[in-house]
Design a protein around this ligand. Structure first.
Ligand code: SAM
Length: 469
């Protein structure tokens, strides 16, 4: 039907195909034989197409949904073990020339204080994040060619990587900035970024244009083809996402999987991560402009289906979600979470008074990093601050082959334990440390290779004696 290789992203992820997919899914939502066969196919851990996954999303037979949840949980365990990677967002600037109707940074918003971090501010903010124990950041900025040109973003990245902290440096900077040119993506690659993240917001072109009425972001094709330009610029880890709540979720879900299919077909590697943000209350936003909010149950179903449809893709959830929701979706497939986030510019050093807030949206999970780390371990997850893949060049398809070869348990598992040990030694409260030490002792036994286990034991002893990466 549609050949993903010869079509541009915008042509491939097209309205007609999505609408046809939704009709096919609706017509088959009670087709038990088809649904069983799709669940069986997903058990092979090779993923599902957007049409197949859409049938499962439309299905509301309780027993089948429970089967999907069990499978999602199993696939997550097989590919990601019980590790959860930790990160924090760092807001550089809220200057923005776009008119996105759901975002308080939109340029008509006259009462939000506009702020941009200086390089000195960045040193302070990053030091505050390092003092908590963070090693991996996602930088965020509004789109403004005058206030936040690419040179500013590059300078910020350079500053972040150069900051010396007594417990080691920031080891990975992921970047969430507006769609840009191949040349600028190349510069970001040269600056040593990890993943380039860009949310599509919505795959519904007409709604996209209505929700982004002014500014460069209005251009749907330019936005939708950004990941292709990023890959052309040499960035092989890209992160997709839609902002759930703007459009009908079934539409977005099909679009998101089509985007992943497009990247895999054209570039030989699918998205490194998929984020699943839901729209939140924010300053100067009229909620009636979008009323497609989804329930926690639908949200969980989407997460489980992403997990079984693109098994090798990491899934990210932010502090937009509450502790209870995070608990549910971590089990079903999420592999990375943020902790102790501030969504205002400069917010890690100076929390702002409510009425003068420059924050982007309300955060639901307001716990400290120590609390989040302890909570994860209490549920049996290993909080990981590891960035080894990126530092050793295991990005793009090289990361995917590590995942596919099943070697993750001999590689990521010991690395996660070592970074957890560092966190326990340098930052944790006594209660967190006690749980963590017990967990490390138990989890060492889950490293399959005897030799790797020995090496991990030796490194843990070195960390105990004060050695740092
Ligand atoms: N300015 C960049 C762009 O246009 O892609 C990215 C940075 S922006 C700070 C990051 C993301 O925040 C956006 O892509 C959008 O999905 C999300 N966002 C904006 N307003 C939001 C809201 N009210 N609730 C939740 N997320 C929101």
């Amino acid at each position: 039907m549609y050949d993903p290789k010869s079509l541009k992203a915008e042509e491939f992820i097209n309205h007609e195909e999505i609408m046809d997919t939704l009709s096919y899914a609706e017509a088959n939502k009670n087709n038990a034989a088809l649904i069983d066969s799709l669940i069986e196919k997903a058990r092979l851990r090779k993923g599902l197409t957007h049409r197949e996954a859409s049938v499962l999303l439309a299905c509301d037979m309780e027993d089948k949904i429970l089967e999907i949840y069990d499978l999602a949980e199993q696939i997550k365990k097989d590919f990601y073990g019980n590790r959860i990677v930790m990160f924090a967002p760092l807001y550089l600037s809220n200057y923005c020339v776009n008119g996105c109707v759901y975002c308080p940074y939109h340029h008509q918003n006259g009462h939000i204080p506009r702020k941009k971090l200086t390089q000195e501010d960045i040193v302070r903010e990053v030091t505050a994040l390092q003092d908590m124990g963070h090693k991996r950041l996602a930088i965020e900025a509004g789109e403004d060619p005058v206030n936040n040109p690419i040179e500013y973003i590059l300078e910020c990245i350079k500053t972040i990587y150069s900051i010396k902290h007594k417990n080691g440096a920031i080891r990975r900077v992921n970047v969430n900035i507006a769609a840009t040119t191949v040349e600028n993506y190349h510069k970001l690659k040269e600056a040593g970024i990890g993943t380039y993240i860009l949310f599509q917001e919505t795959y519904h072109k007409e709604s996209y244009e209505r929700l982004h009425p002014t500014g460069p972001k209005h251009n749907y094709a330019y936005h939708t083809e950004a990941m292709d330009r990023a890959m052309e610029g040499g960035i092989d880890d890209v992160g997709l996402g839609v902002l759930f709540g703007l459009e009908l979720y079934k539409y977005e879900f099909a679009g998101l999987l089509m985007h992943a299919e497009h990247l895999e077909a054209v570039h030989g590697v699918g998205p490194h991560t998929i984020s699943v943000p839901r729209i939140k209350h924010a300053d100067d936003i009229d909620p009636s402009a979008f009323d497609n909010g989804i329930s926690d149950d639908i949200f969980a179903k989407i997460c489980a289906l992403i997990r079984i449809s693109v098994p090798y893709t990491g899934m990210i959830i932010s502090t937009r979600e509450s502790k209870a929701v995070r608990e549910k979706v971590i089990r079903l497939g999420v592999s990375q979470i943020s902790g102790a986030s501030r969504t205002s510019v400069g917010g890690y050093c100076e929390p702002e008074p409510e009425d003068e807030s420059s924050e982007q949206f309300d955060v639901s999970d307001k716990r400290t990093l120590d609390e989040v780390v302890r909570w994860l371990m209490e549920m049996g997850y290993i909080p990981s601050f590891c960035t080894a893949c990126y530092r050793e060049g295991r990005t793009g398809d090289r990361f995917m082959s590590l995942c596919k070869s099943g070697q993750i348990q001999n590689c990521c598992h010991p690395n996660a334990l070592m970074t957890l040990k560092e966190f326990l030694m340098d930052y944790a409260s006594p209660a967190t440390r006690a749980i963590g030490e017990k967990m490390i002792a138990q989890e060492l036994n889950n490293i399959p290779k005897e030799k790797v286990r020995e090496i991990a034991r030796a490194h843990l002893a070195e960390i105990e004696n004060g050695q740092r990466d």
